[in-house]
Ligand binder design. Structure first.
Ligand SMILES: Cc1ncc(COP(=O)(O)O)c(C=O)c1O
Length: 511
């Protein structure tokens, strides 16, 4: 081979390499950092929801497949159009769903994680990333009181609460039905296997039951009490009835903060019942478990440490960017039995020490996994637990404040008083207040009108871009729902939101 041929062989054509020069890299990082920094400093002043309609963003920035590269300037301009056409969870008056702002350190951690591009399948694939994830899992378990001096915890990070719940239910199912189900597809019992949860449970639980092949109907919905917490008497009765009717109860799922009202089920009593009937005890704490960092709310979580597994979402209440869910479990061997897979040589681990042989694929459904732990690790280390805990406490205090303002007003009605950071209420025009005491058909008519009025108010407020509320159905009534998991929100934002609702009601002609 001639020297020339060798040179050609050792040098990849520039057009076939995706590396960029140092100068281009500098330009890219300066511009993108500036864009992100600007976004963080202006998010509080942007419209919470954009003036847009379906398909409009892509109409502006183009949907044609780019065969040639485009100038950076154009791409940055399009990123600004994306900002203009986004809904901003980071706005201090964003109260919809359960969506918190991203911390700046968390966002920059994601950039670093993507540059490093560790594939956190196992220690061999990402030694540092695996060790950091295992550390973060231990931190989360201790933060919410799932682990302590005597009880150890294990787990893994997931894309979110839904995936954590699905993973938990699979482990629970295999633990109670036999791991051989994985290969035979047959439960060792012909009895329908049933799960128990309150009528306030998040949709991810029936969805998980469906994905597991059990069917959504196998989630037996137990009545909740006047504070939206699972009734333990009903739970006991439902399980006993099902056993008599030949069912095979295997799991009870308690809410550690329901999505509708933030109710925390009586965890300790539910643990007793799970124990009595030999059921797996899972807690869906995707929204609320991290509220255990607020000392005033900690007592609500008594009994959490008795669960077999707990889901929680750092991307909700540790203010870490999406995707950042977590499943904690007590018994590592049970999780491993559910997910480990023999007979795939391409994942065979030849390490000597247990730490080096560790693989996340033995504990959950994913193989390729991004370095999710970094943003949690850096957020906690940057601020320290105390500062994050203070923010969570403030969110809870603001929801209480909102509830008090609503109760004190003559044109609002509180439908569910805050237990954590969710407040559900509705607007009732002062001239309609007397109608609330009506009975029979008149009461039905006024309820229908209030549902419609509040639906219209919510739509108008959302479209107006000054505040954003979502909704919940509370004992059949349409409620405006404010969930505060936002370190930028202040009392002034709460006051202003109530004013915005009043203005919307007035614009709709209500007095
Ligand atoms: C109680 C509860 N469980 C589960 C989920 C699902 O979490 P994710 O959206 O992270 O999948 C949510 C989401 O709001 C929730 O509030």
């Amino acid at each position: 081979m001639s020297e020339m041929d060798k040179a050609v062989k050792t040098c990849r054509p520039a057009s076939a390499s995706l590396d960029i020069s140092e100068a281009e890299m500098c330009e890219l990082s300066t511009q993108v950092t500036q864009l992100v920094t600007e976004y963080f400093s202006e998010v509080s002043t942007l419209p919470v929801f954009p003036e847009t309609s379906g398909g409009k963003t892509i109409g502006k920035i183009g949907a044609s497949l780019p065969l040639e590269g485009e100038p950076l300037e154009q791409l940055l301009e399009d990123c600004r159009t994306i900002i203009e056409n986004s809904r901003h969870n980071g706005h201090p008056r964003f109260f919809g769903y359960v969506a918190s702002p991203a911390t700046p350190p968390g966002a920059f951690a994601d950039l670093f994680a993507s540059a490093l591009n560790s594939n956190v399948t196992s220690w061999r694939s990402g030694p540092a990333a695996t060790e950091i994830e295992r550390t973060v899992v231990r931190w989360l378990a201790s933060l919410i009181g799932f682990s302590g001096e005597t009880n150890e915890a294990h787990g893994l990070l997931t894309s979110g609460g839904s995936m954590a719940n699905l993973t938990a239910l699979l482990i629970a199912h295999r633990a109670k039905s036999g791991v051989e189900v994985a290969s035979t597809g047959l439960w060792n019992s012909r009895a329908p296997m049933t799960i128990y949860a309150s009528d306030q449970i998040h949709m991810s639980i029936p969805k998980a039951a469906d994905i597991l092949g059990l069917g959504r109907a196998q989630v037996r919905l137990v009545a909740s009490d006047d504070r939206f917490r699972m009734s333990v008497a009903s739970l006991h009765q439902t399980i006993a009835n099902d056993l008599e009717n030949g069912m095979k109860p295997f799991c009870v799922v308690a809410s550690g903060g329901t999505v509708n009202t933030g109710a925390v089920d009586p965890l300790n009593e539910i643990a007793d019942i799970a124990n009595e009937f030999g059921l797996w005890f899972h807690i869906d704490g995707a929204y609320g478990a991290l509220a255990a960092l607020d000392e005033t709310k900690r007592p609500l979580f008594r009994g959490l440490e008795r669960a077999d597994s707990v889901s929680l979402d750092p991307h909700k209440w540790l203010y870490v960017p999406i995707d950042s869910g977590c499943l904690l479990f007590r018994d590592e061997a049970r999780a491993r039995a559910a997910f480990s897979f023999e007979g795939a040589d391409y994942i065979k681990v030849h390490e000597q020490t247990a730490d080096e042989a560790f693989a996340f694929w033995n504990y959950g459904p994913e193989l390729s996994r991004r370095f999710r732990a970094l943003k949690i690790w850096l957020t906690l280390r940057y601020y320290g637990v105390q500062r994050v805990a203070q923010s969570i406490s403030e969110d809870n205090a603001l929801a209480t404040y909102l509830g008090e303002q609503v109760e004190a007003a003559t044109d609002f009605e509180l439908l569910a008083s805050p237990q954590l950071s969710i407040c559900c209420f509705r607007y009732v025009p002062p001239s309609w207040q007397a109608g609330l005491r009506m009975r029979g058909e008149d009461a039905v008519a006024i309820e229908t009108e209030l549902d419609q009025l509040n639906t219209n108010i919510m739509n108008l407020v959302q479209r107006g871009g000054r505040a954003y509320l979502s909704s919940a159905t509370i004992r059949g009534k349409f409620a405006l729902r404010a969930c505060i998991t936002n370190f930028r929100t202040t009392r002034a934002d709460i006051d202003e939101t109530l004013q915005i609702i009043r203005e919307a009601a007035r614009d709709l002609g209500s007095k």
